[in-house]
Design a protein around this ligand. Structure first.
Ligand code: ZN
Length: 179
């Protein structure tokens, strides 16, 4: 198991579609384990394979609050949605953004576990919202695609400022004189 780096917007790899898993082998189990470890390292509630640069339909969630209940969903399909509402969402791949998204807050999902066994589950509240958010990643769709151009311009400007600050602090650490 390993904590893997998370791709961040505007990395164009995040805009690619993820393929369904066709063979449930050791590689898939390792990706799922890495996702859980990376999720817990960031103290987050949801993460998916495209965010760690694996273009496969694997997502993990843990809503226990104490990292005790990681759940893996492979090739998830939502079979029913209900109770729509506006929910505030954040994303590890778009760190400076939180935005309201209109979604179902109750879903019925069918998916596979790492052994390739199908299961069905009813999810309510944040787990339902989180699942849909992670499934958006499978389509290459990010929270940054859901905001208007003005907010996106501000987001891009703040990311540029952060990149410049990070580069300067890296140069300072390396002892390179600033211009
Ligand atoms: Zn996300």
């Amino acid at each position: 198991m390993a904590v893997r780096p998370i791709l961040e917007y505007p990395d164009t790899r995040l805009a690619l579609r993820a393929d369904p898993v066709s063979e449930f082998d050791g590689r898939i189990a390792t990706i799922a384990e890495d996702l859980v470890e990376t999720l817990h390292a960031h103290d987050s509630i949801g993460l998916c394979a495209p965010q760690i640069d694996e273009r496969l339909q694997i997502l993990v969630m843990d809503h226990s609050g104490n990292q005790s209940d990681p759940q893996v969903f492979i090739n998830p399909v939502i079979r029913a949605r209900s109770r729509y509402g506006l929910i505030e969402e954040r994303c590890l791949s778009v760190p400076d953004l939180s935005t309201l998204v209109f979604r179902a807050t109750a879903v019925h999902v069918r998916a596979f576990n790492v052994k390739g066994e199908a299961f069905e589950r009813e999810l309510n509240g944040m787990p339902a919202v989180c699942l849909q958010h992670e499934m958006d990643h499978f389509e290459g769709k990010l929270l940054a695609d859901r905001i208007n151009w003005l907010r996106r311009r501000r987001l891009n400007a703040s990311l540029r400022r952060r990149a410049v600050a990070e580069q300067q602090s890296a140069e300072n650490r390396a002892g390179v004189p600033l211009p």
